[in-house]
Write a protein that binds this ligand. Structure first.
Ligand code: PLP
Length: 437
């Protein structure tokens, strides 16, 4: 164990402040990070690596974009926090609505956890019902009622659900297999009048990336409307990353092209990209629902640092820079990396499947076809993933330390970054094939 990790473990439980940062799923010890610029991240031993973690999503422009850093410095010099409304908050919320029409009203918060927790509270208040439906493998933050069958962090640590969640807190959470239309329809048939909400990741990305089966999000929307429940679309990870209008926008564009009326969520949660690397998240949605939040309505929600001016400056600068052209570059890098890696694995005869949703993707080693349910995802070869993870590290590529995560690409990843990663995967795949005989 290095001196860094000894010191970290002596004060931080598990040596980390968020469990997914530990290397429990791949073995070995993480080295602290000291800086990151563009597509590169540098650790305390001076190793520079091509980064595919992107702070677990926010760094869509690459790290420390000069314009974002300048905006943060400028905002910080004017005061770190006021506890009062600023024009920049209004502008960020307007920008979110401009790009994502279902967010008719927006409440800024600091974490995705707060956004989803508030969404559930609001849906319960608006419907007068208690139960809600979530899907196994979808992660919506760590509030008690949502921490059931919650995907990557728990799956990597080998615990299906968190301890400390009382049966009372979880009793109104109905967990269904993702993508299972029959199970969803049956749950509404059984509990319809008691269901306040269905919450779903717009495209699951916390059990690896899963493409929603065609029509699944639309079915959720239709059932919610027919049964008087609220559809909560969690775009904390996918929002402004899977596409310019999140994964909802990917489906909307598809529906419009197919001459279908796009479906819309009632409430939507954002995080990650909208803070550009600082703590900003948001709840948005139908005006009549959102106006039930305090101080207009009876649903309480608050935050000392909500809409913090420095964090909002980072988010606003990031969102302004995130033009369609920049999204196009993210898409190009993601597509060539995804196809290159998959091609290299195929060439060496390594069984794998690709999960893909907009510009998000992940590789499932050992699976013959792209998974939909968490149960299918859990059939992947996590030991092979750990070998791939370490092979990439040795060649200066930082993958998320878990087989249950996306490979995060940014607009700063160059064609030569992609070539290096693909060549490294190809070399690993050859040696893997040789060692498997
Ligand atoms: N929802 C989704 C889909 C997420 O991916 C995450 C975090 O990874 C959250 C909610 C929770 O966000 P936070 O970590 O900011 O609380």
């Amino acid at each position: 164990m290095s001196s860094y990790s000894e010191r970290a473990r002596a004060i931080l439980p598990g040596g980390v402040n968020s469990p997914v940062r530990a290397w429990n799923g791949v073995g070995g010890e993480p080295v602290p990070i000291v800086e990151a610029h563009g597509s590169r991240i540098v650790d305390a031993e001076g190793r520079e690596m091509i980064d595919l973690v992107a702070s677990w999503g926010p760094a869509i422009l690459g790290h420390a974009h000069p314009t974002v850093v300048a905006a943060v410095k400028e905002a910080a010099a004017r005061g770190l926090s006021f506890g009062a409304t600023t024009e920049a908050e209004v502008e960020l919320a307007e920008l979110i609505r401009e790009r994502y029409a279902p967010a008719e009203r927006v409440r800024l918060v600091s974490t995705g956890t707060e956004a989803t927790m508030t969404a559930i509270r609001l849906a319960r208040a608006a419907t007068g019902r208690h139960k809600f439906i979530k899907f196994a493998g979808c992660y919506h933050g760590h509030s008690d009622a949502l921490l059931v069958a919650a995907g990557s962090g728990l799956a990597t640590s080998g615990v299906p659900d968190s301890a400390g969640v009382t049966p009372g807190a979880a009793q109104d959470t109905i967990v269904l297999p993702y993508g299972d239309e029959a199970a969803l329809t049956a749950a509404f048939a059984e509990h319809g009048s008691e269901v306040a909400a269905v919450i779903t990741e717009a495209a699951p990305a916390n059990m690896g990336v899963v493409a929603p089966p065609a029509g699944f999000n639309r079915l959720i929307s239709t059932l919610c409307r027919n049964e008087g429940a609220v559809m909560i679309l969690d775009e904390v990870l996918t929002g402004f990353r899977a596409g310019p209008a999140g994964y909802w926008g990917v489906e909307r564009d598809h529906d419009v092209a197919a001459d279908l009326d796009p479906w819309t969520p009632d409430l939507v949660t954002f995080g990650k990209v909208i803070g550009g690397g600082l703590p900003v998240a948001a709840l948005g949605g139908r005006r009549d629902l959102m106006e039930q939040l305090a101080p207009l309505g009876p649903v309480y929600q608050a935050g000392t640092l909500s809409g913090n001016p420095v964090a909002v400056a980072a988010g606003l600068a990031t969102m302004r820079l995130l033009t369609d052209e920049v999204h196009g570059r993210v898409a190009e890098a993601a597509t060539s990396l995804r196809d290159g890696v998959s091609g290299a694995l195929t060439a060496a005869g390594i069984t794998h499947a690709v999960g893909s949703a907009g510009t998000l993707f992940s590789i499932f080693l050992g699976l013959e076809s792209a998974p939909v349910t968490f149960e299918q995802v859990a059939g992947q070869d996590t030991a092979a993933f750990a070998r791939l993870f370490h092979a990439l590290r040795r060649e200066g590529v930082a993958l998320p330390p878990s087989a249950y995560e996306a490979w995060f690409v940014s607009a700063a990843h160059t064609a030569s970054d992609v070539d290096h990663i693909v060549a490294t995967v190809a070399a690993w795949a050859q040696s893997e094939r040789d060692s498997r005989g």
